[in-house]
Design a protein around this ligand. Structure first.
Ligand SMILES: O=C(O)CCC(=O)C(=O)O
Ligand SMILES: [Fe+2]
Length: 358
């Protein structure tokens, strides 16, 4: 703890010398895990909105790399050091085949589910699961829907499974306000089918790599758009905090991210970073790191690329954050999986949309 607050102070000092960095003042024990808070609110808001709306209805109502699955049985120790020791796991300009970075699991996954609980922990990146054209189609659908709302700060969240969409400082249920023809326009059957197909591809790939017999989609699974020209309107807009997905979301066991825009072309900043202490152990505390870590952590970076998929175990071996987007628009899709059948969610099918917008 002492080390953590010392680190935060040192970071704030080093940053103050370089540029204004209000986010660093949040300290090492920030309670704002960025997108997670935004999404948690979205889930609650959607549930509340859905409940309110239903009430008015008629009764029916780590780090060194290995490439290719064949070499995935290595366990690579995280590299300790300063920011110059940051590792670029994936450059936006180079298409990657199936690339596995094994990391040591930090603690056991409990309760253990035979045929689902990770027997190893890893970070996987590939540019071969989703084509650029497919990514553009998904982005276009998300973008059209997001035009009906939009967060007050930089992030806008859209959850196709609940209909939750950021609008100003709150969330609306986008399904609730649409007429049937408008719905069909905004959510074409083929695009929803593509969304489901890509999710299934990712799920199958995770199952293969980790040797799983079962794996369920869980919530929240959502599109995110981060607008680099906007500042945080509320603390909930601070998407750049370090977090562990399993801690934040509860049901996550495997996280995947599909990138829908290109680092360096569509936006600047916004790299995804796995973070570790200088001694190489994963960071345990939520921290407000933006684009610079003051020399106190090392990062293993993924530069988003259209159609790029990253997948990783959601436990404390994989603390991460998004570096601040400094320019342009960053689009991504977070798709999460659980071992717990009671936490499973269904695909957003046209019939679900019909039901939700009745
Ligand atoms: O969009 C990203 O790169 C990461 C998002 C993330 O960390 C999350 O959704 O939990
Ligand atoms: Fe995350």
């Amino acid at each position: 703890m002492a080390r953590a607050s010392q680190s935060a102070a040192a970071r704030a000092t080093s940053d103050a010398a370089k540029r204004p960095a209000p986010t660093q003042a949040q300290g090492a024990q920030s309670a704002h895990p960025g997108l997670m808070t935004v999404v948690a609110l979205a889930v609650v808001a959607a549930a509340v909105a859905a409940a309110a709306w239903m009430a008015g209805l008629p009764a029916q109502s780590g780090f060194a790399s290995s490439t290719n699955a064949a070499s995935s049985d290595r366990t690579d120790a995280p590299v300790a050091g300063d920011p110059s020791a940051d590792t670029l796991l994936a450059s936006s300009t180079i298409a990657l085949p199936w690339t596995v970075h094994n990391v040591a699991c930090v603690d056991e996954y409990k309760p253990a589910v035979p045929g689902c609980t990770p027997a190893k922990c890893a970070r996987i990146i590939t540019d071969e699961l989703c084509s650029a054209d497919e990514a553009i189609r998904l982005r276009s659908m998300a973008s059209r829907v997001m035009a009906l709302g939009g967060g007050g700060g930089a992030p806008t969240i859209l959850d196709l499974h609940t209909g939750a969409l950021s609008k100003g400082s709150r969330f609306v249920n986008v399904y609730a306000s649409l007429t049937a023809p408008r719905r069909a326009q905004l959510f074409p059957r083929q695009d929803l089918a593509l969304y489901t197909e890509i999710k299934d591809r990712i799920r199958a790939a995770i199952m293969k790599e980790f040797g799983l017999q079962q794996l369920f989609l869980t919530k929240p699974t959502f599109f995110s758009r981060i607008d680099g020209s906007k500042t945080a309107a509320t603390l909930n807009d601070e998407y750049w905090h370090v977090h562990v997905d399993r801690t934040t979301y509860g049901s996550f066991v495997y996280t995947s991210l599909l990138y829908l825009s290109d680092f360096g072309v569509d936006f600047e900043g916004g790299e995804f970073a796995f973070v570790a202490e200088q001694d190489g152990t994963p960071l345990k505390h939520e921290q407000a790191l933006s684009d610079d870590d003051g020399g106190l952590v090392t990062s293993a970076l993924i530069q988003p690329r259209l159609g790029r998929v990253s997948m990783f175990t959601s436990g404390p071996e994989n603390p991460h954050h998004i570096r601040k987007v400094t320019k342009g628009i960053r689009f991504a899709l977070t798709v999460s999986f659980t071992c717990d059948p009671t936490a499973a969610i269904a695909d957003p099918s046209p019939s679900l949309l019909r039901l939700q917008t009745f």
